[in-house]
Design a binder for this molecule. Structure first.
Ligand code: ADP
Length: 428
């Protein structure tokens, strides 16, 4: 490992000296190629939709990117295989291996020897693929891993900066980027430090509740309950902010384990029930009886559900109906929180999931920041799910999110309402 670092560190310093895209890719191909003892190679960059945007060659004749064969080769060769598997692919003999893409007539590329393709991964996304070639069969078969993986990550980081600089029209935004990162790190530190006094507050309030369990003054017990709830709410808020920072940074830190969606839902409902009573709102639960266990960060998903219910309570006038449902549909678990509140304008239904976006004027009754739904989106997406809202002004909103099932379950709408008073106008 230290040997690998010794080899990669000088490269990182060298790449730092060049921020223009084309010279940087030249430098990368040359240095990485030498490290892998390759003879020549190709580097392909992709956009966020997986379409190739640039091709750079190293010691190969240049490539006509308008050539149809090239398109065909890129999407049916080792390039697309590496892009999709996000793994290093070694082809010992390209002349007989279909992974090389020999079925496409392509004069520019060698048809004999061996190849090694590595993904350029930046924060969990493949932004490009590098392919190195050598005329000798089996040249890359020596145990090189994890060197190519590490090379890919190193190159991707520098390429990402160069792409950003190009996007910024040549202006050097590195200072701004570093500042933004510093700000994010600082916020994460503050959120993290806030948890310690909160922990103490929670422990002392719980102890106080134990000591006063037999107290006969209803007001004191009531105040204590409000305290306990507020501390829990604050803790959830801080956890959401902390998770949001991490998720935005692309950290894959989710503590996934088997959890029962039914249990998570009922726990969430228990937590918000007192708020519903206070706000004089009517709750209805429609939980399917075939909910399978899911592989999730249960605490994070609990906070997503609580967030959606708290919003429903916040944006629904007194006496409204809030319906909370969970079921299996199209091979996914579907959870929805539907209210009979103000509704959200069509043109805001997507942007409310962005940071600091609010669909309603700030009022004294609604303390609104515009971060809750951003947390929900990041948390659900980190689990491989999706979240959206269906809403009509004056009629209400239905927030829906999906989570992948750990194994395929037959689609069924086997739903049993636990309260039959209202008919659910569910759009989920
Ligand atoms: P906050 O509630 O702190 O503003 P959110 O990110 O949770 O932050 O929500 C963003 C915006 O989306 C809110 O300001 C509100 O305008 C709108 N919104 C969220 N949930 C609902 C809902 N159930 N009904 C109507 N509007 C909602």
């Amino acid at each position: 490992m230290s040997n690998m670092l010794e080899r990669l560190y000088p490269l990182s310093k060298l790449f730092h000296t060049e921020t223009r895209l084309a010279p940087l890719t030249d430098l990368m191909m040359r240095e990485a190629g030498q490290l892998l003892k390759a003879e020549n190679g190709v580097l392909v960059l992709f956009d966020a939709d997986g379409k190739f945007t640039n091709i750079f060659t190293w010691k190969l004749s240049s490539i006509n990117t308008d050539d149809e064969n090239w398109h065909l080769w890129l999407y049916s060769s080792v390039i697309s295989l590496t892009y999709h598997t996000q793994r290093v692919v070694i082809i010992p003999n390209i002349s007989v291996d279909p992974r090389w893409g020999n079925h496409v007539f392509q004069t520019n590329l060698p048809q004999n020897g061996s190849a090694l393709a590595l993904p350029l991964i930046y924060k969990n996304d493949v932004i490009g693929v590098m392919v190195f070639l050598h005329p000798q069969i089996g040249h890359f078969e020596n145990d090189l891993t994890p060197l190519p993986e590490e090379l890919g990550v190193l190159c991707a980081g520098h390429l990402h900066t160069a792409l950003l600089l190009r996007w910024a029209g040549g202006e050097d935004v590195r200072d701004k980027l570093e500042q933004a990162q510093l700000q994010r790190d600082l916020s994460a530190m503050i959120y993290h430090d806030l948890r310690i006094p909160l922990q103490t507050l929670r422990a002392s309030t719980t102890k106080l509740a134990e000591l006063l369990a037999n107290h006969d003054d209803f007001n004191i017990l009531n105040l204590l309950q409000i305290n306990i709830r507020s501390v829990r709410q604050l803790r959830r808020l801080v956890d959401n902010l902390l998770d949001m920072e991490r998720l935005e940074n692309g950290d894959t830190f989710i503590k996934q384990d088997w959890a029962n969606l039914h249990d998570i839902m009922t726990h969430a409902i228990d937590l918000v029930q007192p708020l519903a009573l206070e706000a004089n709102q009517h709750f209805q639960f429609i939980l399917a009886d075939n909910l399978p266990p899911l592989m999730v960060d249960a605490d994070m998903i609990l906070r997503v559900i609580v967030n959606l219910i708290e919003n429903a309570l916040k944006y629904t006038p007194t006496g409204g109906n809030i319906t909370i449902g969970a079921r299996i549909k199209d091979g996914m678990a579907w959870v929805n929180v539907q209210d009979t509140g103000n509704g959200i304008p069509k043109d805001m239904q997507q942007s409310i999931f962005d940071k600091f976006s609010r669909a309603h004027q700030h009022s004294t009754t609604h303390k609104s920041i515009g971060l809750g739904l951003t947390f929900c989106r990041l948390a659900v997406q980190a689990h491989g799910g999706d979240i959206w809202v269906e809403s009509e002004i004056g009629k209400g909103s239905n927030f829906i999110f999906t989570l992948p099932l750990p194994f395929s379950t037959t689609s069924t709408d086997n739903i049993k309402p636990s309260s039959s008073s209202d008919e659910l106008a569910s759009t989920a």
